[in-house]
Every structure is written in C-alpha cells, then in structure tokens.
Design a protein around this ligand. Structure first.
Ligand code: FAD
Length: 277
C-alpha cells in the first residue's frame, strides 16, 4: 500500500474477559500495519461510556493513538463536559463526534444536543482546539435523511462547526464515494473524507448491518453470498477479493486513507491489506 495513504482501525469495547483477550490479539496483529490511530465505538451494541474509556486506555497501552467515539444523543452538557475533561486529562487528542442512534422509544430530541453538529460546536466551545474532531459522512445518504441534498448540507454544517476530518459509513459502490466527495468539495469543504471499509465475512451479519445503516449491497454481491450458503471459507475469500478491489480503486482515485471497521477481527483486514499495492 502506498506510504502516502494512512489507515485507521475501529474496534468496539469487549463484553467479557474472553472477548478482551481476542481484542488484544487482533489489535496486536493489526498494529503491525502501523495505523495512524485506532478508534473505539460508544453506545453501539449496548457498550457503555466506561467500556469505551477502558478500551481506549488499553489501546494507548499497546502504543497506539486511540480516539473514543462520543455521541450526544440522550446526554446532557454537564455529562459531556465531564467526559471531555476526563479524555483531555488522559492525554486523548482525537474524538469521533456523533449524534448516535436513538434508543427505541426515544425521540431525536432526547438529550440537550440534537445533532452531531451541535456536539462538534460544543466540543469546540468547551475544549478549543485540543481535540482533532472526526465526524461521520454518508456517501449513500443517512437512512433518516429526507433527501441527499439536505443530508449533504447537514454534513457541511457539521464541518463548519469545527470538524477536522470525516470517516464515511461503509459502502460497496466506489462511485457513491467519489460523487459525495465531489459534491462536498463544490460546497467549499476541503477536509479529508476517509472511506470506512467493512470487510465481508458473514452474510447474515452484513445484511443486518446494511439494513440498519442504509448501505446498499449490490445485487451481484448478494447473489454470490446467497449461493455460498454456510460455506464461511468461500464467503471470506470472495469478501477479501471484493473489498481489496474496492480499496484499491478508492486509493487509486485519491482517497486520503482507509478506515477499517475491524469488528475486533484481524484476519480479513490483514488479507485485504496484503492485496493492496
Ligand atoms: P448527524 O450528523 O447529526 O445526522 C443525523 C441525521 O440528522 C441525518 O439524517 C442528518 O441529515 C440529519 N440532520 C443533521 N443536522 C440536522 C438539522 N440541523 N436539521 C435536520 N436534520 C439534521 N453510532 C453509535 O451509537 N456509536 C458509535 O460509536 C458510532 N460510530 C460511528 C462511526 C462512524 C464512522 C459512522 C459513519 C457511524 C457511527 N455510528 C455510531 C452511527 C451513527 O451514530 C448513526 O449513523 C446516527 O444515526 C447518526 O449520527 P451522525 O453523527 O452522523 O448524526
């Protein structure tokens, strides 16, 4: 892989000791790829604030810059202030700032800050330029957005509030990424927009995630995956091939790096990375 392109990795907080041991094993293997930083999710799948902070500290101890994800949904300014101060005291310099997903039964108004742009503004007001702020971007549109133009305008608002760079939701259509970047650039936004990359290793999990987050699985990929049935080895080999070609195309067309959703597994990412020139 071209030395000008950086990679970053996303992990989620482990639920128990066995999962933590697996995470450490995977992280150690993946740190050999020299990621510029790793990020740790928050809230997703029921993970807690302390789970995120503990995992960030674990990653720092492994010698890597670690960035906690922070969502504002359901939270108050007082709680967010406490979290930001704790992260600053722990020497954390990068945060992935998100709205987060609404727990069922709650409206989007739950919490004092409504959108990620409000959180970015709040972080800048409270912590100045201490944190490098990453935000989320949606080349195939956020699933709750009314239309692609408004979604893009909301993204631009989030950047203008003080984001330094963005990580995209995963996608399988490279053209959706380049179209999104072109439209963002036309609005005068120049921050790096790093494609988020989801390895394909498990058919039913991929369908579940994609339905939730609005990522389109192209028909030809769905058909091939359906045909593999329970043959996990074939799914992984096919997935590695498809995603390696996607990554190569993104890098060739100028993506500033790749952000891998590791799901705390190393093998698929290592296989993809080996295939990149
Ligand atoms: P926003 O940017 O606030 O956008 C949410 C929706 O609101 C969009 O439809 C947008 O168009 C709309 N909107 C924004 N501003 C306005 C406005 N002023 N008026 C009207 N509509 C508006 N979730 C987790 O729970 N934990 C995680 O750790 C996590 N990590 C993620 C990491 C990445 C890289 C990505 C891409 C997503 C992640 N998510 C995570 C999922 C994310 O929380 C959801 O996609 C969530 O629904 C939106 O978060 P956001 O920060 O993109 O929200």
């Amino acid at each position: 892989m071209n030395s000008a392109s950086s990679i970053s990795l996303e992990f989620f907080p482990p639920r128990d000791i066995a999962a933590q041991e697996k995470l450490v094993r995977s992280a150690k293997q993946l740190l050999a790829l020299h990621p510029s930083y790793v990020s740790v999710t928050f809230g997703a799948g029921g993970s807690t604030r302390s789970g995120t902070a503990d995992t960030v500290s674990l990653m720092q101890n492994l010698g890597c810059e670690a960035a906690p994800h922070l969502s504002c949904i359901g939270s108050s300014r007082a709680v967010l202030t406490e979290i930001l101060d704790a992260y600053r005291a722990a020497g954390i310099r990068r945060i992935v700032a998100l709205r987060g997903d609404t727990p069922s039964g709650m409206g989007v108004e739950a919490g004092e800050l409504r959108y990620a742009s409000d959180l970015v503004r709040f972080i800048r007001e409270h912590s100045g330029d201490w944190f490098h702020i990453e935000v989320a971007a949606y080349p195939e549109m956020h699933p709750q957005a009314l239309n692609a133009s408004e979604d893009l305008d909301h993204f631009v608002t989030k950047v203008k509030a003080g984001a330094n760079s963005a990580i995209t939701q995963y996608f399988f259509n490279a053209d959706a990424y380049s179209d999104f970047v072109n439209r963002v650039r036309a609005k005068g936004v120049s921050i790096p927009i790093v494609p988020g990359i989801m390895p394909i290793t498990n058919h039913s999990q991929l369908v579940r995630f994609s339905t939730m987050c609005g990522a389109e699985i192209p028909r030809w990929i769905r058909l091939r995956l359906a045909e593999f049935g329970d043959d996990r080895a074939s799914i992984k080999a096919f997935g590695a091939d498809v995603i390696t070609r996607l990554c190569q195309r993104l890098l060739d067309q100028g993506a500033p790096g790749l952000h891998f959703y590791t799901l705390n597994n190393a093998d698929s990412i290592l296989a993809i990375h080996r295939g990149l020139s």
